[in-house]
Ligand binder design. Sequence first.
Ligand code: NAD
Length: 376
Amino acid sequence: MTTSIGVVKESEPGEHRVAVVPAVIPRLRDLGCEVLVENDAGTGAFLPDSAYTEVGAVPVAGAELYERADVLACVRPPSGDQVPRMRRGQVLVGMLEPLADPDLFRALAERGVEAVSLDLLPRTLSRAQSMDALTSQASIAGYKAALVAADAYGRYFPMLMTAAGTAKPAQVLVLGVGVAGLSAIGTARRLGAQVTGYDIRPETRDEVHSMGARFLDLAGVSVGSGEGGYARALSESERDAQQEALQQRIGEFDVVITTALVPGRKPPLLVTREALKGMRPGSVVVDLAAGPRGGNVEGSEPDRSVLIADGVRLIGAGNLPSSMAPGASAAYARNIAALLAHLVRDGAPRLDLDDEILAATVVTSGGQVRIGGGAR
Ligand code: NAD
């Protein structure tokens, strides 16, 4: 028996990534799979159909892909137009954001699609690390956020001694030091800035120090580790205290990069408009958490850069991994290939719900929506 893997052409505007790149196709073929690629699926990542043909994959039109594939691989959640093309028993794997749009998952369950969402992968399970797409993509987003900030900043990041005098190093503050934050710290350090990190999970202090950065101590602000290594949401009074304490310190920095998230919640508001007013003209703030539900910085919106009062540039990051589509797709494709190696057994996809990885990531099965392990 041969499993057909179908590589979907992403439908979301501005999404240039592709779920499977030619480099992983030999591995998928070794699993006994044939790989079908929707025409032009890789174009946004500079991967023409011919690059797939060279490694034995078969470019096909969308209608054929949805009809023949046993497993559909995607990056972003499917659009309303794509769902009706899927068929009963078809497996869909991707970063499906099941907490963002419950209607989509009801529609997938009604069609009998078996959906596997990589964003629900247990992060601390060592055998799942090779499948951790949140990590691979957040790491790229953090790297790019530091570059976006350096590009917008009107001075050097490193200290430079030149014949024309000495340039002071930029002071960079990274708020939220999970995967993206640590990546932003590393990148800003490599560019020569003096970097400070801050997070409410106490264990991040050592991680920040190990990157050669300082940790920002905020007196009187609660610490907040939650479940699974994630942060907990702060209460209203804790949040007010945090905003107040940050406001006191933020004027010390030239560049602020924010990456704070709490799973299933809107991003915590860390930097108020009042705090921005305390920054020096020419300072830059990049909000990686900016999204439809708000961000870490008051007034930030995805893909929007505004010069607010007193010359502070506020940049709401959009889909930064898509802006590095070749690299982001290569990393994501390795995550997908690792998941498929786990899924495909004796030539067929098997969704064993007793398996810890699949119990967490299968979000529709047997016509039911089951997010977090139970049918809903
Ligand atoms: P995330 O994207 O959910 O959040 C980003 C950061 O924001 C987190 O560090 C969080 O603590 C912080 N944050 C939330 N609210 C905040 C607030 N009010 N103020 C300041 N900071 C705030 O996190 P992530 O990057 O996905 O990482 C989540 C966890 O998963 C971390 O513990 C990370 O170490 C862990 N992880 C483990 C592995 C592994 O073991 N292999 C791999 C990846 C991630």
